[in-house]
Design a protein around this ligand. Structure first.
Ligand code: ADE
Length: 225
């Protein structure tokens, strides 16, 4: 899978050199590129934002640097999934991660300030070969789309075959219904600071263990813990 991020802080993505994603990159399972939006500005100050039409606080990111940056990607690859990070987008979830894990090239537009001029999404929705997704990672506002892109990249890439060392763990997750939280987990020692591991987990009875785990996962989901 190809992944390209567009941002005014391309260094924000250095964590993608670490851990499983770093390894997947060295194995060429993921081809990652981080591009600097300011390379697509045309004025001496490399401006990317301006005041909002209609007034109000803050600045809005101008459409043209985004247009030039996205066009530069389309010159090499005419089929992309363009993900625009915005708190006003559709809420990200596991189902969306699964759908995106089948994509060939994900392009993340990471806005800052009060967001990107709305015409960018509107324009690329009309360009053939481009699927536009406006996505929010949750009902809160962060300072920019970079951290949201990192969340989505991690959730999506771990679903690509070969990225996770033990694919059985993905299999277990997929048996959970969407939104169900996983069961509580324990490892050695069996007693830690006078707290015991639940008896059933030491019983060796796999049927009982599975039943207990399902009940606990259900209880946690209901409590929203
Ligand atoms: N940018 C600012 N807040 C965001 C959020 N919750 N999701 C995606 N992008 C954002």
């Amino acid at each position: 899978m190809k992944i390209t991020t567009i941002s005014i802080f391309p260094e924000y993505f250095s964590p993608l050199e670490l851990s499983l994603i770093g390894k997947a990159r060295s194995q060429s399972l993921i081809d990652f590129k981080s591009i600097n939006l300011r390379d697509f500005t045309t004025d001496n100050h490399h401006s990317v934002d301006d005041t909002p039409y209609g007034g109000g606080a803050g600045m809005v990111m101008m459409a043209e640097p985004w247009g030039l940056a996205i066009d530069s990607i389309l010159e090499k690859d005419s089929e992309i999934d363009l993900i625009i990070l915005t708190p006003a987008g559709a809420k990200f979830n596991q189902k969306k991660a699964e759908k995106l894990s089948g994509a060939k090239h994900l392009v993340f537009a990471c806005g800052r300030y009060e967001g990107i001029d709305t015409r960018v999404g509107d324009y690329y929705r009309g360009v053939s070969g481009v699927r536009v997704h406006e996505i929010s990672i949750g009902d809160y506002v962060v300072n920019g789309g970079e951290v949201a892109a990192l969340v989505i990249i991690e959730a999506v890439t771990r679903l690509i075959p070969g990225v996770i060392g033990n694919p059985a763990s993905l299999d277990e997750e997929s048996h959970n219904e969407v939104g169900a939280l996983e069961y509580p987990t324990f490892t050695k020692p069996a007693i830690w600071r006078e707290i015991n591991v639940p008896e059933v987990l030491l019983s060796g009875n796999h049927g009982q263990i599975q039943k207990w785990r399902q009940e606990e996962a259900k209880r946690r989901s209901e409590l929203g813990q």
